[in-house]
Design a protein around this ligand. Sequence first.
Ligand code: HEC
Length: 105
Amino acid sequence: MSAVRRCIALGAALSALVAAGGAAAQAPLPKAEYLAANCANCHGTNGKSVGGMASLAGYPKAEFIQAMKDFQSGKREATLMHQISKGYTDAQIEAMAEYFAAQKN
Ligand code: HEC
């Protein structure tokens, strides 16, 4: 499957998950894969960037968590990542950190 089609498939899976979990306040934490799909538009499918954007695939876990925390606090300069990083809890960031660190770049 092409990267674009995989991206679309992930997006569809995410929509289905959101639709299914609408009323579920106690829904389990979404799989890291679904969280990571939110980053694919800019950082590439599974964090593998094909453009000039930074790849997240293979990003060391601790550095990823630190980068997200620094974006959240504003310590690290950003154009977009301040807003994006604030949409995630510590647990979600940790789940994404594990997911991206495990992707081969
Ligand atoms: C709309 C585009 C966009 C999306 C979506 C996006 N990012 Fe980013 N990301 C950026 C840009 C642009 C930068 C460079 C910093 C800046 O200007 O905000 C960046 C930088 C980063 C960096 C630092 C990379 C480095 O150079 O070390 C990390 C980590 C990161 N993003 C994680 C994420 C995660 C996790 C998601 C999904 C939850 C995500 N990004 C979604 C645009 C995006």
